[in-house]
Design a protein around this ligand. Structure first.
Ligand SMILES: O=C(O)CCc1c2[nH]c(c1CC(=O)O)Cc1[nH]c(c(CC(=O)O)c1CCC(=O)O)Cc1[nH]c(c(CC(=O)O)c1CCC(=O)O)Cc1[nH]c(c(CCC(=O)O)c1CC(=O)O)C2
Length: 395
């Protein structure tokens, strides 16, 4: 891909005609919302901000809906509920990005894999651990089938996008984000039948060792499905896509090179092939092999436009680690534990330090270094967003 932002300016004319920063087919990009313009690498007036897991348990407005929609599947699959929840952080904090209220597991039932998220947060899936179970249970799904089977996702994205493009007088301010889980992380849920994080992912480790071919068949099919699902989200209205390989920091470098990175690349390449102008952000949660920036360079090589940095590495160091790749963007990375605990002046101080460490860099989005904790006071989240939004990049 060759977005013209990375192209050197023409020097053929001696008259210094103003050069467009981004040469899209038309000039509508300047009316696009801030976060989208930043994600494309355009020159922006300030850093945009949103928070991973911004909608959900930490918000009173979300908790108020629990009696009306008692299960997570209802909250994320009934369009009226999912739409209302997606909007809550915008209404409360005025974040620059709204992410669809959904989950990385949401497309699984369309692929033949049912799941439950219990009230405790526990996930239950009937596991897939052999070829026969794979053949019978995990189906190939086209974009058209996702459009039907995940119609609720299409409805919510369409309505949100419509709302964002008509509610402001001049130009829209809010960017709509979609998201997907990447193949390795989704495969851990299929193979473990639950989260592997508390048990050390024993079943997928055993399979990667004993039957790598089977694991690759799972990853391959998931890759194709996820590309279709991501394109369905984009065509329904998502303007930026975040891809999560949350648990890829729990496998060693050898397994990572074999079972994670090729499938990250395949998904991102597939999305960009169909939608070259939709920025993709990639994120891995901090794990034993990804902490303190260990996987940042690998993430920058996936074809993603922006690397989302976890909270275990200083943003200045992350920036330095990726300095060979000027065009790669950065997202992150305030520590969600600081956001939870406060106090407000410390949140403000560390947010300002984060902003300073990104000064002069393009394609940056301010976020947390991991999802917001469910017991974070809303006043803390508000302080974070306000601090970012009142920061003058030219000061
Ligand atoms: O431990 C596990 O493996 C399962 C974790 C789990 C998942 N969905 C889940 C749970 C239960 C829970 O959070 O208690 C179930 C889940 N998904 C979500 C929520 C809402 C909340 O956290 O309060 C919840 C809890 C719902 C509830 O109990 O009310 C929504 C969700 N998951 C996700 C997103 C995308 C985002 O982060 O912005 C979003 C949308 C957030 C929004 O609209 O603002 C992404 C997600 N879901 C999931 C993962 C895997 C890794 C991880 O959780 O850190 C990840 C990726 C990540 O955060 O790295 C799986």
């Amino acid at each position: 891909r060759n977005l013209s932002i990375d192209r050197p300016m023409s020097s053929s004319s001696s008259v210094a005609a103003p050069q467009p920063l981004v040469d899209h087919k038309d000039d509508t990009t300047r009316n696009d919302p801030l976060l989208l313009r930043a994600a494309r690498g355009e020159d922006v007036e300030r850093f945009p901000v949103w928070m991973m897991r911004q909608a959900g348990r930490h918000m009173q407005a979300y908790r108020n809906l629990l009696h009306k929609y008692p299960t997570f599947r209802e909250r994320s699959e009934i369009p009226e509920a999912s739409k209302a929840i997606s909007l809550q952080p915008l209404e409360r904090y005025g974040v620059d990005g709204v992410i669809l209220f959904s989950d990385i597991l949401t497309p699984l039932p369309a692929m033949g894999i049912d799941f439950d998220i219990l009230e405790s947060g526990r996930i239950h899936i009937e596991p897939i651990r052999n070829q026969d179970q794979l053949n019978h249970r995990l189906h190939r799904v086209s974009k058209e089938e996702f459009r039907v089977k995940c119609a609720f996702v299409g409805t919510v994205l369409k309505e949100l996008r419509q709302q964002f493009s008509t509610t402001t007088t001049t130009s829209p301010n809010t960017t709509l984000l979609g998201f997907v889980g990447l193949p390795f992380t989704l495969a851990t849920y299929l193979v473990e039948g639950e989260t592997g994080v508390s048990t050390g992912f024993p079943n997928i480790h055993r399979l990667m060792k004993d039957d790598p071919k089977l694991v690759k068949s799972i990853l391959s099919l998931l890759s194709d499905n996820i590309v279709q699902y991501a394109c369905f989200q984009i065509e329904s209205g998502a303007q930026v896509l975040q891809v999560f390989d949350s648990w890829a920091g729990h496998v060693n470098d050898e397994y990572y090179a074999e079972f994670c990175q090729p499938y990250q690349q395949r998904v991102i390449h597939g999305i960009h092939q169909h939608h070259p102008h939709v920025p993709v952000i990639i994120y891995i949660a901090p794990g034993p092999y990804s902490k303190r920036g260990r996987r940042l360079e690998a993430l920058a090589q996936t074809g993603a436009d922006i690397v989302s940095v976890d909270y275990t590495v200083d943003m200045a160091l992350a920036r330095a680690l990726l300095s060979d790749n000027e065009s790669i963007g950065l997202q992150g990375n305030l520590d969600p534990e600081l956001l939870r605990k406060g106090p407000l002046n410390e949140i403000r101080r560390q947010t300002l330090a984060l902003l300073k460490s990104l000064k002069g860099k393009r394609r940056c989005i301010i976020n947390l270094g991991h999802g917001i904790s469910p017991d974070t006071p809303e006043a803390h989240a508000k302080c974070f967003v306000e601090t970012v939004q009142s920061y003058d990049v030219y000061s």
